[in-house]
Design a protein around this ligand. Structure first.
Ligand SMILES: [Zn+2]
Length: 310
């Protein structure tokens, strides 16, 4: 009995590594080229053509959810009576006696007065943009190298986001060409994080879904794939948060999932162990509970109408 427990039940599978460590990057840079043939056969020769309208539909949905909430003019959001105190927190209006709250909003850091019933969405807006992994300082040498390169190309008004995108793209590509597929996946994960910090939520979700697909194929840093049925906790959290923010069910996300794989996947299907289709069903299973919680309550059918007709 114990044997079976160990085999099937109790042993916790360790989630895949999505961190970028200095050592992993050094290893990648030092890698010898013994795996070139394998890598060559793993990578797609040409990218697929995609229809961006799918992505734009989701982008619009997120933009709607990210609308600024509250007023900046120190007035009760219900009856517009002015209030004096600048303290943050819950308040009760002296005029209409209703409760509202005063808080900083994430879009412009303005102090706003918000209706109590808007609080859940207000909190989700904060959540969706916070807890971004701070990767900027992981690779300071690489960062300044890329920055100089871009400056050398005559790029003006360089933002740190631009440098980060270039860095992540360049090092993702290098990792790929060195057969360091796991590290490649970590760079894509951080790309998703960067996009989320720039409030490009649909693109971030697209990247997270692609990372999910990759992790179900358990890539390593020697150009191998195997299978993985568990989800990395951090990845799970980020996907769950965006789904909650957009009020989206995984079971209705197939179009974006397929789009993500078509748009981002660089590997030949024949090299992978788990298909996009299988990976999506695993994801649906993983988020079954969250999906059910988002189920709309259908109005009761009127029995009266039917009995009368008969
Ligand atoms: Zn009021």
């Amino acid at each position: 009995m114990k044997f079976f427990q160990n085999l099937f039940g109790t042993k916790k599978i360790i989630g895949i590594n999505l961190n970028i460590s200095k050592n992993a990057v050094m290893d990648m840079k030092d890698s010898t080229h013994t795996l070139q043939d394998k890598i060559e056969s793993d990578l797609k020769k040409s990218p697929d053509i995609v229809d961006r309208r799918i992505l734009m539909r989701y982008e619009k949905r997120f933009i709607d959810k990210f609308k600024k909430i509250g007023n900046l003019n120190q007035k009760c959001p219900y009856c517009s009576k002015a209030y004096q105190s600048l303290n943050l927190g819950e308040k009760k209006c002296g005029e209409c006696k209703k409760t509202f709250f005063v808080q900083k909003r994430v879009q412009d850091m303005g102090t706003v007065a918000v209706m109590l019933e808007k609080k859940p969405q207000f909190d989700l807006q904060w959540k969706a943009t916070s807890q971004i992994k701070k990767f900027k300082f992981f690779l300071p040498n690489e960062y300044s190298y890329i920055e100089k390169q871009l400056q050398g190309q005559g790029k003006k008004n360089l933002q740190s986001g631009d440098v980060m995108h270039s860095l992540l793209n360049a090092y993702a590509k290098n990792s790929l060409n060195a057969g360091h597929y796991e590290l490649y996946m970590a760079f894509i994960f951080h790309k998703a994080e960067l996009m989320r910090s720039q409030q490009r939520f649909a693109e971030a979700l697209e990247c997270y879904l692609y990372v999910y697909f990759l992790q179900s194929n358990l890539p390593d840093n020697e150009a191998n794939f195997s299978q993985n049925l568990s989800i990395n906790e951090e990845l799970r959290q980020q996907i769950a948060q965006l789904l909650e923010f957009g009020n989206i069910q995984i079971k209705k996300l197939k179009d974006l999932f397929d789009y993500a794989i078509k748009h981002l996947n660089v590997f030949n299907e024949s090299s992978l162990t788990i298909s996009a289709h299988k990976s999506y069903s695993l994801l649906m299973k993983e988020f079954k509970e969250e999906d059910a919680n988002k189920e709309e309550i259908k109005p009761m059918r009127s029995f009266v109408l039917y009995t009368k007709a008969s």
